[in-house]
Each structure stands twice: as structure tokens, then as C-alpha cells.
Design a protein around this ligand. Structure first.
Ligand SMILES: [Zn+2]
Length: 282
């Protein structure tokens, strides 16, 4: 499932083909992709708008619209399991699994989705639509100390807390497991019992892991995630724990374990990431 690095890669690669384009029409092959909106509503909101900016917030691609220079709301795209965005020329054949097509004054934007859990919807007010999300881990408002304070003020197992989009935006199963391994913290460690230095170091590891994954255009460990150019990401070659159950830890050679925590498959090194019920000192 695409997380922050995959969504960031998608936004960066579709941006050059979209910014400055005008929406001429809309074709919908699966109305549920519109997240409760009708085709007529989407047409009324989008047709005639110019695409002003393309960005990312948490795991959403955010396409900002304007009319005569005035903001007109946003298209929010959530890729969920198998969603993809592809920009193509108007004369190129329509790709398979196209659920929504935007006809532009030059080219087209396709929302492809094999399993149909993704969403391509419109919201008139971006701030309202995204208000439930916590801070961004990269170039967000939090310093390592702010993060450590917020983390230690909660009383939850650390992995489910980091997956909670209202606490910190953009992380999913893969990058949480990888970051906790890097910071040597057990996934079930209560968040209020992580030491201040360790919590601050964790923020740095989250940023490092995410930046390295963006640099490699995300992770493709199954046949689903591909960049808008159709290429797999390359960060899966650097996984230390995710999907590596039974294989030796790169630091201590202990076999990586997989457990289920908060209904999610969770990977960690039982020797490097020790659960301590008492408050950690360092
Ligand atoms: Zn280890």
C-alpha cells in the first residue's frame, strides 16, 4: 500500500504534465472512485478549471484548482491498495483499469485502480478536508523535541501510534517497521516509556528512512506499486526488517521476527529491539 514516499514520488512525477493545464472533461468508469460525489458534481466543479499546483499531504495527492486566478478547491487522490496516476498524451491508448480520466487542454490524467479501493474526489476546501491529519514528518512544524514530547504524552503501543494519521501523517506499515528498527525500539513499547533521547532519535530515523525511500522512488515488493512512468521503486532492496521474517538481522544476525500487532503484520529484531515495561533511561 503506497505510503508517504510512494505518494510523494507520484506527485513529483505527474506535476510537470499537469500544472498550467485546463480541465476540458471527465470520464468515469467506476463511480465509487469518486468517494460519494456524482459525475455531474465532479464535472461542475472541475471542467474549465486550471491546475495551479500538485502536491502531497499525508498519503493524499493534492491537485489544486483555480478559475481566473481564484482558488476553486482541490482534487484529493488516495491510492489505497492499487491506485495509480498516469499522465499521457491524448492520442495514446487508454490504459487498463482506468477508473477516472481527466481530459486536459493538452494530454490526459488517468486514475487507474485494479482493486478499486482508491479514491479520486473533489473538495471545495482543502484545509477542511485535510484537517484531521497530524503534522508532516518531513518539512513539517515539528522539531525532534516537539515530536518526542507529543509521543511521550500518549500512552499507546508505539507502532499503532505512529500509524495513526491524526498523530503523524504519511507513515504506513513498511516505514514504521523500518524506522523502529533503525531507532532500536520494540514495536509494542508503550510510547510514554520511550526515553527522551530515544524518542528524539526516532524522529531523525523516520526522516532519514523516508528521504532515502523518496530518493529511490518508493518500494515495490509486489506487482502493484509503480511510479507514474511505470517503473518499480527501489527501496525494497534496502529493507532491514519488513518482509524479512526468519532472515538474519543485519546488525546482530538474530532471525527477524514477525508478529501481529494491532492487526498489522509487524517485523522486528528481538535482540536489537527489546521491550522494556519500565521507563527507559537512555
Ligand atoms: Zn538485531
Amino acid at each position: 500500500m503506497p505510503e508517504l514516499p510512494e505518494v510523494e514520488t507520484t506527485a513529483r512525477l505527474i506535476r510537470p504534465g499537469l500544472v498550467g493545464r485546463t480541465v476540458r472533461g471527465l470520464e468515469v468508469n467506476w463511480v465509487r472512485s469518486l468517494g460519494g460525489r456524482s459525475v455531474a458534481e465532479m464535472e461542475a466543479a472541475l471542467v474549465g478549471c486550471r491546475i495551479a499546483r500538485v502536491g502531497r499531504r499525508a498519503k493524499y495527492v493534492v491537485i489544486e484548482l483555480e478559475r481566473r486566478g481564484r482558488p476553486q478547491g482541490v482534487v484529493l487522490v488516495h491510492l489505497r491498495m492499487t491506485g495509480r496516476l498516469v499522465v499521457a498524451g491524448a492520442r495514446e491508448p487508454v490504459p487498463e483499469y482506468a477508473k477516472v480520466t481527466l481530459d486536459l487542454d493538452r494530454g490526459r490524467l488517468y486514475f487507474l485502480d485494479v482493486r478499486k479501493f482508491g479514491r479520486f474526489t473533489y473538495h471545495p476546501d482543502a484545509a477542511e478536508a485535510l484537517a484531521h491529519l497530524g503534522p508532516e514528518p518531513l518539512d513539517g512544524p515539528w522539531s525532534p523535541r516537539d515530536f518526542a514530547r507529543a509521543l511521550r504524552a500518549r500512552k499507546r503501543a508505539i507502532k499503532p501510534l505512529l500509524l495513526d494519521q491524526s498523530f503523524l501523517a504519511g507513515l504506513g506499515n513498511i516505514y514504521v517497521d523500518e524506522s523502529l528498527f533503525a531507532a532500536r525500539i520494540h514495536p509494542a513499547q508503550p510510547s510514554d516509556r520511550v526515553s527522551l533521547p530515544k524518542a528524539q532519535a526516532l524522529f531523525g530515523e523516520i526522516q532519514r528512512v523516508l528521504a532515502a525511500a523518496i530518493e529511490r522512488e518508493g518500494s515495490s515488493f509486489d506487482s502493484f506499486y509503480r511510479t507514474p512512468e511505470g517503473k518499480p521503486g527501489a527501496y525494497q532492496h534496502l529493507f532491514q526488517v519488513y518482509g524479512r521474517a526468519g532472515q538474519p538481522c543485519s546488525r546482530c544476525q538474530t532471525p527477524i521476527r514477525r508478529i501481529v500487532l494491532g492487526q498489522r503484520g509487524t517485523h522486528f529484531c528481538p535482540r536489537c529491539q527489546v521491550l522494556s515495561r519500565r521507563a527507559q533511561r537512555t
